[in-house]
Design a protein around this ligand. Structure first.
Ligand code: F6R
Length: 366
């Protein structure tokens, strides 16, 4: 079952290049630089007139939604709100026929996400779900579904489901850009090309497994952790923190790096490790200043940075290098580093990563 791997989670981390290849297969053309989502053909006319998007999900799928906001707003210039399903369903969301409602769910059975879908649909929204389970409740109630092809995810901590959700949102962003005419052919080709390289980018991170295990040995006894990132990598910080808490039971918080000085900086001392996502981006210099602020207060810094960045070696205590990609696909490499780090902290502590305490794979009750 585990095909030679020690845990399902480990197997599923390693399956990500394959899972992403399967998820994007047949959905783009390099000849015309177009994304094809034939599953949305029947509702294309409704999608052409949407003015706003609401993404709703729980947990890791919500983090994917937060990344989706960056991608869709950047590519298609449509305003996107992202909500946690249990919040959305009990407030009074403003919905009409010009809203595209996107529930994201690995299982397709999450009770709060399903309830939020029903609410939005009853108010006239077009519903396009992103889901990993064919025929699940959420897909049955949607107007259209884009399936992630992660394959069954057994480990309770979501890994390949998350990265395939990211790949799907990326495709959806380009598709919506085509409907709205917001990206020209060259731009689309550039982004599609970057996405095609993602399986290879992730494979290169898989070779860092042992290196990240060595790092985890140094940190597994920590009781607290901060994860900081900016922009598209801020949700990756949230996801890294969630992975660490759910399987290693180490308390971790994710924050946008720029928020640090508005509170969390008070926590920094020599016992507070900070995991920075500091890959090359238009905002890298700002993140570097945040690293300096942590170091000035004796915090311990682990930085995930882009290959070739030597300067950061002088600032951070530990650096994990990932391949250079365009900013929009850096989320894949940085996510996998964070997955490995949590996985190793937990297994080194002797914990059951596939079935962490108190957690269920599918949350079908409120
Ligand atoms: C975390 C995790 C959960 C799920 C959440 C939503 O690793 O797996 O946070 O992401 O329960 O589940 P789905 O995506 O099935 O709706």
């Amino acid at each position: 079952e585990k095909a030679g791997y020690k845990h399902f989670m480990q197997k599923e981390i390693y399956e990500q290049p394959r899972a992403i290849t399967d998820t994007i297969r047949g959905k783009y053309s390099l000849d015309d630089g177009m994304v094809y989502l034939t599953e949305l053909e029947a509702i294309e006319d409704r999608l052409k007139v949407i003015e706003r998007i609401q993404i709703v999900a729980c947990g890791t799928s919500w983090h994917a939604g937060l990344v989706g906001k960056f991608l869709i707003e950047k590519f298609a210039k449509i305003p996107v709100e992202v909500d946690i399903a249990s919040e959305y369903r009990y407030r009074n969301p403003i919905v009409d026929g010009k809203v595209l409602f996107i529930p994201i769910s690995q299982s397709g059975e999450t009770a709060d996400t399903l309830a939020a879908l029903r609410l939005a649909k009853s108010m006239g929204a077009v519903v396009v779900s992103i889901c990993n389970v064919i025929g699940s409740s959420i897909t049955r109630e949607s107007d259209g579904t884009i399936y992630t092809h992660a394959g069954p995810e057994i480990g309770v901590a979501s890994t390949k489901a998350f990265t395939t959700q990211l790949a799907t949102l990326y495709l959806l962003g380009i598709y919506l850009a085509q409907l709205k005419g917001t990206l020209d052919k060259d731009e689309r080709l550039r982004y599609i090309d970057a996405l095609i390289k993602v399986p290879e980018d992730i494979s290169s991170v898989l070779t860092l497994d042992e290196k990240i295990e060595e790092l985890a040995k140094k940190f597994k006894e920590s009781r607290n952790f901060l994860y900081l990132g900016r922009n598209i990598n801020y949700p990756v910080a949230l996801e890294g923190a969630l992975k660490l808490k759910e399987i290693s039971y180490i308390h971790a918080e994710g924050y946008p790096a720029g928020e640090m000085k508005h509170g969390p900086i008070a926590l920094i001392d020599k016992n507070m490790p900070v995991f920075f996502i500091a890959t090359d981006s238009h905002i890298y210099e700002k993140t570097l200043s945040n690293i300096e602020e942590v170091k000035a207060r004796d915090g311990v810094v682990i930085a995930v940075a882009t290959e070739g960045n030597n300067e950061i070696l002088k600032k951070a205590d530990y650096v994990i290098y990932v391949k250079k990609t365009v900013e929009e696909t850096s989320i894949f490499t940085t996510t996998v580093v964070a997955q490995f780090f949590a996985y190793h902290c937990a297994t080194l502590l002797g914990l059951d990563v596939d079935q962490p305490r108190n957690l269920a794979k599918s949350v079908t009750v409120e």
